[in-house]
Design a binder for this molecule. Structure first.
Ligand code: FAD
Length: 636
């Protein structure tokens, strides 16, 4: 007994000491920093140019962050600057998460404040260590009919349609931004929408369905494709009724619908969510990451555990969870493993596959066609460095040439690998390049650069303007004409080489050497190409003689490094037409739904070949998936 009481006394003492130590360590973690009060200025490189900020300090706090100058992407980069600065001020910390698809802008803001902290004599290590303490994190228990995970176009639509049917919905979003990749997108396909029909463009739906299935080698869900073709048109009206009006465009026979102005989208989504989800007793939590699904002993999904940026844990029980987390394109390892692609992630930086992992762990099937990606745009490696010194038009010279069918394209060995007319179609261009290695090169001669300087794109017999996405040339749309001379073209291409973003050689042999190609492979390919230009007959790839333009016989020659942009992974969860997630036996996992990119593998086999389907399917699958989850819940 005596021993026992001694042990308990010692334990009380240890406990007391631990509490005291915890108290002290807590104090030191949250201790105030000290600064030389005043306002300090920093300049950093953002996504589109220099960002200038003023940071004001009292003796113990960062009291204000003012952005003086910036040219970040409207509605995304600028929103990220605001969000990150708000978080720095509220948390008095530099251990702040970056924002949705705006990692560069977010990191630039953090770097700028860091610079000012140093100028103000503050303790950076204290600010960077953060003040989250997981041991004392609060856990909140919440209840809903349906939890939607991810607030991109698909998650927003699912939350709204479920709420409109009467379900109490909680929508959780990892970042501070509502809208996901739709905030960056141009247009969506809503097949035979009322506005397309009004404009006299109707498609043969049966032919569209048959071709679609055939073009994907039948390794797709025919019912899902039929549902999308038949029902996506209604999505146009559904969105319009909610005040989200898209504008029809007949895009070479494709029924595309341009999304509202970039800068207005997030506000529209927030209003739509307030009118449906919040007015029906639901809630939207941003900066809240879905971590694990809650699964009962019968294997049914009954909720989700999520973590907020301040460390608070939300344990949300619900009848259904809808996964709308946008895939894993930002998880380079996962993309490489499943698709062999090592190019650029042009999708959202936060989409790392958490939704898929959660669902697979809860019993969802890993589909046989896992791996598909949305390879969609060609980029020139030179652009971002050139943008630091030149305005958009000049900085985009190399990129514009990557969209030209009249120039020779070679892979890293120096071998020509395609009919360059593929560059006229985004998906063909992107996939044929990616199949040939991490990047390809576009060859141009000094003589052609001189011709560009004199006559613009007419100088290289361009058949039209480069088919780049409109957002790539919005800031120089007035200069984006076929006969606008490319001023300082010489200087720009030399700068590209100087920056290490392209290659130059006085002769073809020297270019091969400098670009790391196999000399024989490149010289043979070049000579064969030149011969094709003379005879008008491309025996290697059958390119039309219209696009066979000779390089002449004089150097120097340049090679532009062209890279492919992956806009998102496609698929990862197998769903039926109610968007219920299926298990290994192709039976629904009770309580689990998936919409948007996470479920898009039912439409495409090994790669995305749609035009506007990304957006069309995100809104449509969300609208239908939300309805079907709500129907199941409310029928209970
Ligand atoms: C630059 C760009 C341009 C594009 N242009 C077009 C176009 O013109 N036309 C077209 O049809 N398609 C286009 N696309 C593709 C299209 O935008 C997408 O297919 C579509 O928006 C995907 O919607 P989603 O809701 O499935 O995913 P997302 O929009 O990616 O939304 C997923 C959301 O989930 C959140 N999230 C991720 N993990 C978690 C987690 N663990 N917990 C909580 N939230 C999480 C993310 O932050 C994100 O907000 C483009 C894509 C990009 C990147």
């Amino acid at each position: 007994m005596q021993i026992k009481s001694k042990v308990s006394k010692i334990m009380v003492l240890i406990l007391a000491m631990t509490l005291v130590l915890t108290w002290f360590s807590g104090c030191s973690q949250n201790a105030e920093n000290s600064y030389k009060a005043g306002t300090y200025t920093a300049e950093v490189d953002g996504h589109n140019g220099t960002i200038t900020i003023d940071v004001t300090f009292s003796e113990s706090k960062i009291t204000d962050i003012a952005v003086k100058d910036q040219s970040e992407t409207s509605g995304l980069g600028d929103a990220a600057l605001e969000q990150v600065s708000e978080n720095i001020l509220s948390e008095q910390s530099l251990k702040i998460d970056t924002v949705s698809g705006a990692t560069v802008s977010s990191s630039a803001m953090l770097a700028a404040v860091e610079d000012c902290v140093v100028q103000a004599g503050g303790d950076l290590s204290m600010l960077k260590s953060g003040n989250k303490d997981s041991a004392t994190a609060e856990t909140k228990k919440l209840e809903a009919d349906i939890v939607v995970v991810g607030a991109g176009a698909s998650g927003i639509s699912a939350a709204i349609s479920a709420a409109d049917m009467g379900a109490k919905v909680i929508l959780i979003e990892k970042t501070g931004v509502i809208g996901g990749a739709s905030n960056l997108s141009w247009a969506g396909k809503f097949v035979d929408s009322s506005v397309a029909i009004e404009n006299g463009l109707k498609v043969d739906q049966e032919k569209m369905i048959t071709d679609w299935i055939e073009n994907n080698h039948w390794r797709v869900d025919s019912a899902a494709i039929r549902q999308y073709v038949a029902k996506s048109g209604e999505t146009y009206d559904w969105l319009a009724e909610k005040g989200y009006v898209t504008q029809f465009i007949n895009f070479a026979g494709e029924q595309l619908h341009m999304l509202p102005d970039y800068g207005t989208r997030e506000a529209s989504y927030k209003r739509m969510l307030a009118e449906s989800v919040e007015s029906n007793g639901g809630k939207v939590f941003t900066q809240t990451t879905g971590k694990n699904l809650i699964v009962n002993e019968d294997g049914e999904v009954t909720g989700i555990v999520a973590e907020q940026n301040d460390g608070t844990i939300l344990e949300i029980t619900a009848d259904s969870v809808i996964i709308a987390t946008g895939g894993y394109a930002a998880n380079a390892e996962m993309v490489k493993e499943n698709f062999g692609f090592e190019g650029i992630n042009g999708g959202l930086g936060q989409n790392v596959g958490e939704g898929l992992e959660m669902a697979w762990e809860a019993g969802a099937k890993i589909p046989d066609n896992l791996g598909g990606q949305m390879l969609h745009q060609t980029l020139a490696r030179a652009t971002s460095n050139l943008k630091k010194e030149y305005e958009g038009f000049k900085a985009s010279y190399p990129m514009m040439l990557t969209y030209m069918p009249t120039l020779m394209n070679v892979n890293t060995s120096g071998a020509r690998f395609r009919d360059e007319a593929f560059t006229l179609k985004a998906v063909a261009a992107a996939n044929s390049s990616a199949f040939n290695g991490p990047y390809h090169m576009v060859v141009i001669s000094k003589a052609q650069i001189d011709a560009l300087a004199e006559e613009g794109l007419n100088g290289i017999e361009a058949p039209g303007m480069p088919g780049m996405p409109p957002e790539f040339y919005l800031d120089f749309i007035d200069e984006f004409t076929i006969d606008n001379p490319w001023k300082d073209a010489d200087e720009i291409f030399d700068k590209m080489v100087e920056n290490g973003d392209g290659f130059k050689g006085d002769t073809i042999e020297e270019l091969a050497k400098n670009a790391g190609m196999d000399e024989k492979v490149f010289v043979d390919a070049f000579n064969q190409y030149q011969e094709a230009c003379e005879t008008g007959l491309d025996t290697a790839f059958g390119k039309s003689s219209d696009f066979l333009v000779s390089y002449g016989d004089e150097g120097p020659y340049y090679a532009i490094i062209a890279e492919i942009n992956n806009l998102g992974s496609v698929g990862g969860l197998l769903v039926n037409t109610k968007f219920q997630v299926l298990d290994d036996d192709r039976v629904p996992v009770k309580g689990l739904y998936a919409v948007g990119l996470e479920s898009e593998g039912v439409l495409f086999n090994d790669t995305y070949v749609g035009n506007g389907v990304g957006i069309g399917y995100a809104f449509t699958s969300g609208r239908l998936g939300g309805e079907s989850a709500a129907t199941e819940v409310l029928e209970k």
